[in-house]
Structure formats: C-alpha cells, structure tokens
Design a protein around this ligand. Structure first.
Ligand SMILES: [Zn+2]
Ligand SMILES: [Zn+2]
Length: 163
C-alpha cells in the first residue's frame, strides 16, 4: 500500500477527492468571511456549498487565449452552479475560418462545428451556407455532409451501374 492508498483507506474515499472537497470547503468559507459569496450571475447570496461554483466572467472556451482566460484571477467569479450552467452557451468564434483551421491542425479527426447558418462540407473543406446543402434528417446537423456541388461531382464521376 503506497502513501496515498493508505490515506484513501483512512478517509474512506480517494485522497484526491478528499482534497478537492477540502479545497472547496476552504474556498467557500473564505468567500463567506470576505462576503464574496454573492452569485456573479444573479446577484443573490450563495448559502449552500453544494450550489457554490467557480465561474469565469468571460467564457474561456473558443477564444484565442483559452489558457490565459482560464487561469486569469481577474476573470474568476463565484456563482450558483445552476446560474453558471445556464450561462454556458456555446459561442461561435468571431473568426471561424481561422479558428477551425487552427483546431484542425491539432486534431484532424475533430468534429467540425460550423458557425450558425453554415455547414461544413468535408469534400471541398469549407464552411458553406446551409442553403448549399441538401437536408438530411439523420445527420445531427440536419444537412448532408457534402455540399450540393460536391455531391453532383461525385455522382458524375461514379460510373453508371451496369444493369
Ligand atoms: Zn445565482
Ligand atoms: Zn463541397
């Protein structure tokens, strides 16, 4: 039994989990002492530790500086967990072409999410207006994965079946 296993055994939960609970306890009690236990989202007091969450004033996801925004102390606020989740709406990047080009470099297999009103054509590798796609209800985005032109090209290049 190593050191952490022994600790986990005595605490009857994983040592990591116990540390997280303790950290949250300390944070919540300090916030209360400093009267910082006010929800950033709704302005009401947070009285229940189970509803206490660490919030980011400015969403760090899909930005050009996710790491900076994630750790920036000035970007941290406290909020009710419920208020926090309610405000986590997916925001499209301001420059989708550049953003997605960057993400594609990281992971070629990453699912490509298009800006609102656009759909990704995997053949011509572009975000195109949804009007350039046929609808497809079985696809999660509601459109074909290839634009109308690419589908047409594919149809023409495929030899006619021999009957
Ligand atoms: Zn709230
Ligand atoms: Zn296409």
């Amino acid at each position: 039994m190593d050191c952490n296993e022994k600790k986990s055994f005595e605490l009857k939960m994983s040592y990591g989990k116990a540390c997280n609970i303790l950290r949250k306890n300390i944070l919540f009690n300090l916030a209360k002492k400093l009267k910082l236990n006010i929800c950033y989202r709704c302005g009401k007091k947070i009285v229940d530790i189970n509803k206490f969450s660490i919030d980011h004033k400015k969403s760090w996801q899909n930005t050009t500086q996710p790491i900076k925004l994630f750790f920036d102390f000035n970007n941290i606020a406290f909020s009710h967990l419920k208020c926090n989740i309610a405000n986590t709406t997916y925001k499209y990047p301001s420059n989708p072409e550049k953003f997605f080009a960057k993400t594609r470099k990281h992971s070629a297999s990453l699912r490509i999410i298009s800006p609102k009103g656009y759909n990704w054509c995997f053949s011509c590798k572009k975000h195109l207006l949804v009007s350039e796609f046929h609808k497809n209800k079985s696809n999660i985005y509601g459109f074909q994965r290839q634009c109308i032109i690419c589908r047409k090209k594919r149809r023409l290049s495929t030899p006619a079946p021999i009957v």
